[in-house]
Design a protein around this ligand. Structure first.
Ligand code: CMC
Length: 424
C-alpha cells in the first residue's frame, strides 16, 4: 500500500500523487494543482483550523474520542496522582520527569527567580481598583519584557531557558499581586521555602499580621489543578503563543498575547462563566427552564463541549474527584447541587447527547476555586498561571523546529475587484 494520495482535478483531467506522512498531506503540495500557468494553485480553506495540523509536536497527546490526555506519554491521571506541578512543568519542557538532582536544580532556579521586578508593584497602582484580575495579569506579564530586554535574543537556547524560568517563577506573584491590588491589600513577597502552590496561596491570602498557613489538602488540590491545566496541545491560546512567537517576539510579549486568547469565555474564561451561570440559575428548580433556553440557542451551557473531546474530558473527572476532597475541608459548595443536576440532565438530554457535549475541565473547577475563597475574577488567572509552562514548552519546541517559519495564513479574497476612487 503506497502512502500517497492521488488527486484528479476534474477541471483539467490531470492527476497528481501527493505523499501522506503521519496521516497528513502537506497543504503546499496542493499548490501544483492548477488550471493554467496564471492560476495561483489550490489552497485549503479551514476557518478555525478544524482539520489543519499547524506543527509536529512531541509534548501533549489527546484522543478526543476515547477521552485520553498524555503529557510526554504519561497519562494525566497518573501525573495528577504522583507528581507535582513543577515536575510536570519540567516534563513538558524537557521531555522527561526530573531526576532528584534535576528537581533540586529546577526548583532552586524557580525559587531564585520568583520575585517580579520592583516596578511591577508601581504598575499595579495605575489600574482601577475594580480592574479585572486577568487584565492586570496580562499587562504585567507583557511588561516583564521591558525589565528583561535580554529576552529578545530568542535564538539562544540558554537565554530562552532563563526567560522560561523567570516566567514560570513569577506568574504566581503577578497573579497574586493583581488580586491584592483589587482588594486594596499590600503585596506579599514570595517565600522560597513553600511549594509552588503553597507560595501562591500565601501571597494571595496572607493576613496583615503576616499570618497564613496553607491547608495541606487545599495546597495539594491547587497543585493538582495546576497539573491538569499545564498544557493542552494546539488550543486557541497555545496557537496564539506559537503564532506571536513565530515572529521572533520576546516570550513575555507572546505570553501576554496567549493570555489574551485564554481570557475569552469560550476558552480559559469559561471557569468564570460557569460560576456566573450557576449563580444566575440560582436553584435546581430553575434548571429545566435554563436547559430549554440553551436548546433554543439562547446561550450555552458553559463548561460543556470541547473542540477535541467528544467524550468525557479526563481532566473534568479528576477535578470532580478533587472537589470532594476540597469540600471535606471547606464545606460543600451549595452550587454543587445545581452543577450535578445540570450534568445529570445534560448527559441524558438528546440535544447534548447528539452533539457529544460532555463536561470539560472548567465545569467543576470554579466550584473548587470558590470554596477555596478565590473571587470569580481570579478564575482565568488560575488557569493562566499553570498554562504558562505549556505555552513556553510549545514556544521552545517551535523555535527548535526547522519546519517552522513566521505564521502567515492565506485568505480567500471575496471583496471588490480593482476599481478607481471616484473623481470630481
Ligand atoms: N452549550 C450548548 N450547545 C453547545 C455547546 C454548549 N456548551 N457547545 C457546543 N454546542 C453546540 C453548538 O451550538 C453546535 O450546535 P449546532 O450543530 O446545532 O449548531 C454544536 O454543539 C457544535 O458546536 P461548535 O460551536 O461548532 O463547537 P466548537 O468545537 O466550535 O466549540 C467550544 C467548542 C468549547 C467553544 C464550545 O463547546 C463551547 O462554547 N463551550 C462552552 C464554553 C466552554 O466551556 N469552554 C471551555 C472549553 S475547555 C477549556 C478550554 O479550552 O479553555
Amino acid at each position: 500500500m503506497a502512502d500517497t494520495l492521488t488527486i484528479t482535478d476534474n477541471r483539467t483531467g490531470r492527476q497528481y500523487e501527493i505523499p501522506i506522512t503521519d496521516g497528513t498531506v502537506r497543504a503546499m503540495d496542493l499548490r501544483q494543482v492548477r488550471t493554467s500557468d496564471e492560476d495561483f494553485g489550490l489552497m485549503t480553506y479551514d476557518p478555525a483550523y478544524q482539520n489543519t495540523a499547524s506543527c509536529r509536536s512531541r509534548i501533549t497527546f489527546i484522543d478526543g474520542d476515547k477521552g485520553i490526555l498524555l503529557y510526554r506519554g504519561y497519562p494525566i491521571d497518573q501525573l495528577a496522582e504522583r507528581s507535582s506541578f513543577l515536575d510536570v512543568a519540567f516534563l513538558l519542557l524537557n521531555g522527561e520527569l526530573p531526576t532528584a538532582a534535576e528537581r533540586t536544580a529546577w526548583t532552586g532556579a524557580i525559587a531564585a527567580q520568583a520575585t517580579p521586578p520592583a516596578g511591577a508593584v508601581g504598575l499595579l497602582q495605575g489600574f482601577p481598583r475594580d480592574a479585572h484580575a486577568m487584565g492586570m495579569f496580562l499587562s504585567l506579564v507583557g511588561a516583564l519584557s521591558t525589565y528583561y530586554p535580554d529576552a529578545k535574543t530568542v535564538s539562544d537556547p540558554a537565554v530562552r531557558l532563563l526567560q522560561i524560568q523567570r516566567a514560570i517563577a513569577q506568574v504566581p506573584a503577578v497573579g497574586a499581586w493583581a488580586y491584592r491590588h483589587a482588594t486594596g491589600q499590600p503585596v506579599v513577597a514570595p517565600d522560597s521555602t513553600q511549594s509552588y502552590a503553597g507560595n501562591f496561596l500565601r501571597m494571595l491570602l496572607q493576613t496583615p499580621d503576616g499570618h497564613y498557613e496553607p491547608n495541606p489538602v487545599l495546597e495539594r488540590a491547587l497543585d493538582i489543578l495546576f497539573i491538569l491545566h499545564a498544557d493542552h496541545e494546539q488550543n486557541c491560546s497555545t496557537s496564539a503563543m506559537r503564532g506571536i512567537g513565530s515572529s521572533q517576539a520576546d516570550p513575555f510579549s507572546s505570553l501576554a498575547g496567549a493570555t489574551g486568547a485564554l481570557y475569552g469565555p469560550l476558552h480559559g474564561g469559561a471557569n468564570e462563566a460557569v460560576l456566573r451561570m450557576l449563580l444566575e440559575i440560582g436553584s435546581v428548580d430553575h434548571i429545566p427552564a435554563f436547559i430549554a433556553r440553551v436548546k433554543k440557542g439562547e446561550g450555552r451551557l458553559m463548561g460543556f463541549g470541547h473542540r477535541v473531546y467528544k467524550s468525557y474530558d479526563p481532566r473534568a473527572r479528576i477535578v470532580k474527584r478533587t472537589a470532594d476532597e476540597v469540600f471535606a475541608v471547606t464545606g460543600r459548595n451549595p452550587l454543587l447541587d445545581i452543577a450535578l443536576e445540570l450534568e445529570r440532565i445534560a448527559l441524558e438530554d438528546e440535544y447534548f447527547v447528539k452533539r457529544r457535549l460532555y463536561p470539560n475541565v472548567d465545569f467543576y473547577s470554579g466550584l473548587i476555586y470558590q470554596a477555596m475563597g478565590f473571587p470569580v475574577e481570579m478564575f482565568p488567572v488560575l488557569f493562566a498561571i499553570p498554562r504558562t509552562a505549556g505555552w513556553l514548552a510549545q514556544w521552545d519546541e517551535m523555535l527548535r523546529d526547522p519546519d517552522q517559519k513566521i505564521a502567515r495564513p492565506r485568505q480567500v479574497y471575496l471583496g471588490p475587484a480593482r476599481r478607481d476612487v471616484p473623481g470630481d
